[in-house]
Design a protein around this ligand. Structure first.
Ligand SMILES: Nc1ncnc2c1ncn2[C@@H]1O[C@H](COP(=O)(O)OP(=O)(O)OP(=O)(O)O)[C@@H](O)[C@H]1O
Ligand SMILES: [Mg+2]
Ligand SMILES: [Mg+2]
Length: 307
């Protein structure tokens, strides 16, 4: 198999591990900076060049680019798809995963468990918006927040109102959620590949915090997931349209609730916590798919016409 990894940084742990796992299994792999891929689009064919050379013959592509280059990166990913390359995380799913509100709506529509979430735009609606959610405690999250920064817990209605007003004053985009107290500061990261969870870790918040992010001092350990949790994680990835995903779940009295679905989940934390070869699992999944379904012939033909 000839594999492309779309990443801006070859030194990142996840990128390095995917390259290593592919080479160990005898595959050809190349890391391409998506911003150095440029493409020709015509009704008779699709082609792409990288630093002056044609990009041809790739069997599979994995997007690993950051949110800042989502738009251009996704166009490159789509071009690979049009050229007949297998993309376990196709551009449509990748774009969807980067819109958290859309993900919540899609998953809720499928009946997947989620913390009840409200969001709104106008300050005049704050009281009714919070009433739609129910009494505190509330979790208020900045939509641009990451690694737990910008996730707040409010215990009183006046605190929720105050935080919401302050965020509106800063023109920040945010959601308000019910607080799942029984999770006790823990969440599960389920690493989904295809229709299986190939590894899972539990992250526990440090004393005095409810956020389990490792960047906030959380600790990770391997965890035994239930069949229901695994089914929810796989279904969540499928609803968003991803073959490779890091699905974060929280254990609640009403079953597993999905916190979010990551389209470019990091490998370092989960490989360290579980001692599993997650990178190898990804590569083997790709290779099996490529063996079973040789690339789309028509797209291949179109691709070669264009170069
Ligand atoms: N509704 C909730 N109830 C209880 N705990 C929550 C809730 N939402 C989030 N948490 C805790 O806070 C942590 C951070 O929340 P979340 O994952 O939503 O934001 P983030 O990590 O900043 O965003 P991202 O994962 O996109 O970087 C979670 O890992 C979880 O431990
Ligand atoms: Mg998170
Ligand atoms: Mg995340």
């Amino acid at each position: 198999m000839k594999l492309a990894i779309l990443s801006r940084n070859t030194k990142l742990y996840s990128t390095r591990r995917l390259v290593e796992a592919a080479r160990q299994r005898g595959h050809t792999v190349r890391v391409l900076d998506p911003l150095r891929c440029y493409m020709r689009i015509s009704s008779t064919g699709f082609s792409m060049h990288y630093k002056g050379k044609p990009v041809v013959g790739y069997d599979a592509v994995i997007p690993r680019f950051a949110a800042t280059v989502t738009r251009y990166g996704n166009a490159v990913l789509r071009q690979f798809e049009l050229m007949g390359t297998y993309a376990p995380n196709p551009s449509a799913g990748f774009a969807r995963a980067r819109d958290k509100l859309l993900c919540q709506q899609l998953m809720a529509a499928e009946g997947l468990g989620l913390p009840v979430t409200v969001f709104g735009d106008n300050p005049d609606d704050t009281d009714d918006l919070l009433a739609m959610l129910g009494p505190p405690p509330h979790v208020i999250k900045l939509n641009e927040g990451t690694q737990g920064a910008g996730v707040m817990l409010t215990e009183k209605p006046s605190a929720s109102r105050g935080v919401v007003e302050a965020l509106r004053g800063l023109y920040a985009s945010f959601v308000v959620q019910e607080f799942i107290a029984e999770a006790q500061g823990a969440d599960l990261r389920c690493f989904v590949v295809g229709d299986r969870v190939i590894g899972a870790m539990q992250r526990q918040a440090p004393a005095g915090d409810f956020r389990s992010n490792l960047h906030r001092g959380g600790t990770a350990s391997p965890v035994e997931t239930t069949p229901e949790e695994r089914a929810v994680a796989v279904r969540a990835a499928q609803v968003i349209g991803l073959g490779i995903a890091g699905v974060d779940l929280i254990r609640s009295e009403r079953g597993p609730l999905v916190l979010e679905v990551n389209a470019s989940p990091g490998l370092e934390g989960i490989e360290a916590a579980t001692c599993d070869d997650i990178a190898g699992g990804i590569i083997e999944h790709l290779a099996a798919h490529v063996r079973a379904k040789p690339s789309n012939k028509r797209s291949r033909r179109l691709a070669s016409n264009g170069t």
